[in-house]
Design a binder for this molecule. Structure first.
Ligand code: BTN
Length: 334
């Protein structure tokens, strides 16, 4: 079900329109039939077709001749997405937006309103996408995946970094499956292809010192961007830039939710060790990597030396001190 309690969520009739077009790909459907089936006027159908065209959906035709699409649109609308999902709590409830400030902000609000574990907030475009350390997340229209998952884990706040790692592992596996490329994980949760980042994760929490009320895991993936902003060109990339072809975002999100469900259950059933050892297995950053760490208060270099039980990364600093990183940004140092 598409929920409409929230201002700006996608009208469920647009969702129905997308589904109708997808079910009839390559077939001409008259404007009158579309209007009848989704319960709007023919002029609304025309207006929505224009909207879909602006989002890159290849709609042929006009009100007099009828409409036709050549391929199933890659819009993350709930009905289209839900068909690809396998049964799990993740994505049972979906809030979709064509445009929103930040899916994380919406998910934090929904968390306060008591929405259940697994609720997904997803957008075609973010006007104020948030990154870690107060940075912005470039969220170009329909090129990327911008989504947030609401989780209600029965764990202590100290273990919250492990949730972020769970999400990083899931994103890595989904990208690997989608592209055939083998991504790296830069602690705590950047997904890299080569040395460039294609996916970032922002985890936010509503908690008391000894109890988590809920966690929001925001995931941004650069999928079909053909270029990244000039100032990021050395450090960011997209799946399309790396593989030379476009990728279905619907497929990618479906894969991501499946891996998220699987890693999350592994964490709950087998405990932190399962996640830590998997992370160490697939990340080149966990042991023996020369890194530069920038925090709010200092910048230092050192060599990584494994994970602490709660997921923090141990670093042997060049001055000899061995300390875990609790926050900050890591880059590879030569
Ligand atoms: C990072 O800085 O690496 C984290 C980026 C996280 C971006 C995602 S996009 C969906 C969600 N909504 C946001 O405002 N941010 C996260």
């Amino acid at each position: 079900m598409t929920h409409t309690t929230l201002t700006g969520t996608t009208d469920r009739r647009i969702d129905a329109l997308l589904t109708l077009l997808s079910d009839n790909a390559m077939i001409v459907i008259s404007g009158a039939r579309i209007a009848r089936e989704i319960g709007v006027t023919r002029s609304t159908v025309w207006r929505w077709m224009e909207k879909l065209r602006a989002l890159g959906v290849k709609v042929k035709g006009h009100p007099r001749t009828g409409y036709r699409i050549e391929k199933v649109p890659d819009i993350l609308a709930p009905k289209l997405l839900r068909r690809r999902l396998y049964p799990s709590p993740f994505g049972k409830r979906i809030y979709h937006f064509f445009k929103i400030d930040s899916t994380n902000s919406v998910a934090m609000d929904l968390g306060e309103q008591g929405e259940p574990h697994g609720t997904l907030v997803i957008a075609e475009e973010q006007t104020a996408g948030r990154g870690r350390a107060g940075r912005r997340w470039h969220s170009e229209k329909t090129s990327g995946v911008y989504m947030s998952i609401l989780l209600r884990p029965a764990i202590s706040p100290r273990q919250a970094p492990l949730i972020t790692m769970v999400a990083g592992l899931a994103a890595r596996d989904a990208i690997l499956e989608q592209t055939g490329l083998i991504p790296d994980l830069r602690w705590p949760n950047d997904v890299l292809i080569g040395r460039k980042k294609c996916c970032g994760i922002l985890t936010e929490m509503n908690a008391e010192p000894d109890q988590i009320h809920f966690v929001v895991v925001g995931i941004g993936i650069n999928v079909n961007h053909t270029r990244v902003p000039e100032e990021l060109s050395g450090v960011m990339t997209s799946l399309r830039m790396e593989t030379g072809r476009a990728h279905s975002r619907v497929e990618l999100v479906a894969r991501l939710l499946r891996h998220l469900d699987s890693y999350y259950n592994r964490f709950l059933n087998e405990g932190a060790d399962a996640i830590l050892s998997r992370f160490s297995e697939v990340s080149s950053y966990v042991t023996g990597k020369r890194v530069r760490v920038s925090t709010m208060t200092e910048i230092y270099t050192g060599t990584t030396d494994g994970l602490e039980p709660d997921g923090l990364l141990r670093i042997r600093r060049d001055d000899g001190r061995m300390l875990p990183v609790t926050s900050g940004t890591l880059t590879e140092a030569d």
